[in-house]
Design a binder for this molecule. Structure first.
Ligand SMILES: Cc1cc2nc3c(=O)[nH]c(=O)nc-3n(C[C@H](O)[C@H](O)[C@H](O)COP(=O)(O)OP(=O)(O)OC[C@H]3O[C@@H](n4cnc5c(N)ncnc54)[C@H](O)[C@@H]3O)c2cc1C
Length: 421
């Protein structure tokens, strides 16, 4: 049963918020990963507490994605454990479909996160064998009294996402951009950019899709490309490229599958380098395995690049006023700049751990077979394998089973203690 411990600060006087000692694990984050591990714990009859900084589940999908977003991979590869997508969902569900699925998933497993609790610190209290987790109430919390609370549990599951903090490039003059400047997480639709010249910095899936969206809304997008990128058709021979790659990987080494994918991609798309999108030396799957960076799965931008409706420009050297100077010396003016420059995790800002995560908030090991999802002292991470929703589901199953085993041991020990009194 949860209990409360009164505490004092280091000087031993001012009382600091009561510590709520929880029976089951603490899960940080109510995104798909947090929900998946909670649902699986529920299946094992293990109690849990989810701490979520925003006011609803799946903050990334609800508040930080563009309107036209669809799952990049077919739905079969994006299902969370135990519940498939409804059969009437399209092969590539929209973000609204996906959110409907997540809400019904949360209610099916009676998952009720504590919203408006931003985790600001988590550390392992070795003498007590507990993880101590401090939260600060965010604006979404109705009650003003709970400004800071401490929770404690023998198990801590980090499910706060690989895409939590926006990454902005360090480019000279970025703070002097005269027109509108925003990160892709703030972009919803190209409607308000109609008739405008928009520079999109970054050529990943988001950058490409925003350029497509801008074109469809009558804007003039320019996409700044710094390094090589693999663009692949979303489908090959009527089947999903990702699905084909997964099947081939069962039989062939990564390098051979990459060679096959690139051969077919070149047949379908032509030479992307001719239009300014040079392919990296390593293949798309090899890069994904090493860096976690996904190839672009084309949903229509490529033909607009070929027709010149989306213009490719080089890396930005500096910004000044409403203009950008590129590394080739050319200068152009723009009405708006959108940074499609990605995200990073926020784990280093709150988790005091030296073993499971690197200093920049990435897991130390990505290989799922070597228990990379589990650290020492009851610490776990879910959704950090660089394999999207598919990886999050797999991590969730392993993490919940591991915790369930340990939780049951504590229950047996507690029962033995009671009967021996
Ligand atoms: C534009 C875009 C499109 C994508 N499309 C796909 C796709 O099609 N297929 C796919 O597999 N993957 C896709 N991804 C990757 C996607 O991020 C993940 O698949 C999925 O959202 C991961 O879920 P998650 O729960 O691990 O992380 P998130 O969805 O990021 O959820 C993390 C949760 O933790 C909360 N949180 C963070 N920090 C704290 C804190 N300190 N305290 C309390 N709560 C906290 C956040 O508010 C959030 O609700 C996409 C990503 C982006 C950005």
């Amino acid at each position: 049963m949860p209990g409360q411990q009164q505490q004092q600060d280091e000087a031993g006087n001012n009382p600091i918020p009561a510590c709520i000692v929880l029976d089951g694990p603490i899960i940080v984050g109510a995104g798909p990963s947090g929900l998946a591990v909670a649902a699986t714990l529920q299946q094992h009859s293990v109690p849990f507490t989810i701490l979520e900084r925003s006011g609803d589940i799946a903050d990334l999908w609800t508040n930080r994605t563009y309107d036209r977003l669809r799952l990049h991979l077919p739905k079969a590869f994006c299902e969370l454990p135990h519940v498939g997508f409804p059969p009437d969902f399209p092969t590539y569900p929209t973000k609204h479909d996906f959110l409907r699925y997540l809400h019904s998933y949360a209610s099916r497993f009676a998952i009720g996160p504590l919203f408006g609790r931003a985790v600001t610190r988590a550390w392992y209290d070795a003498p007590a064998s507990l993880w101590r987790v401090t939260t600060t109430a965010t604006a979404t919390t109705a009650s003003a009294e709970a400004t800071s609370t401490e929770y404690a549990s023998p198990w801590l599951v980090v499910a706060s996402g690989e895409n939590t903090e926006v990454v902005m490039p360090k480019v000279k003059g970025r703070d002097r951009i005269a027109g509108e400047a925003l990160h892709s997480s703030e972009y919803r639709s190209g409607e308000r950019f109609r008739g405008k010249r928009v520079l999109v910095v970054g050529c990943g899936n988001s950058g490409m899709e925003m350029c497509l969206d801008l074109c469809e809304h009558g804007a003039m997008p320019f996409m700044s490309v710094r390094s090589g990128v693999h663009v692949l058709p979303r489908e090959m021979f009527g089947a999903s490229t990702f699905g084909i790659a997964m099947k081939l990987l069962k039989w062939l080494p990564v390098k051979m599958v990459d060679r096959f994918l690139l051969l077919v991609a070149n047949m379908i798309l032509g030479d992307t380098a001719k239009y300014g999108l040079k392919r990296p030396k390593l293949g798309p799957l090899e890069i994904k395995n090493i860096t976690g960076k996904s190839p672009v799965l084309d949903v229509g931008a490529w033909s607009l690049i070929k027709s010149g409706n989306i213009k490719i420009v080089p890396e930005v050297e500096s910004f000044s006023g409403n203009g950008a100077r590129f590394v080739d010396g050319n200068e152009m003016s723009f009405d708006a700049v959108i940074f499609a420059t990605g995200y990073r995790s926020n784990v280093p800002s709150w988790l005091q751990d030296g073993e499971l995560f690197t200093e920049d908030g990435k897991p130390r090991a990505r290989c799922p077979s070597n228990s990379s999802w589990r650290g020492p002292n009851g610490l776990y991470h879910v959704g950090f394998s660089g394999r999207g929703l598919l990886g999050a589901g797999a991590d969730a199953l392993m993490t919940a089973a591991d915790i369930a085993g340990r939780w049951q041991e504590t229950q047996v020990a507690a029962g033995a203690n009671i009967s021996s009194v």
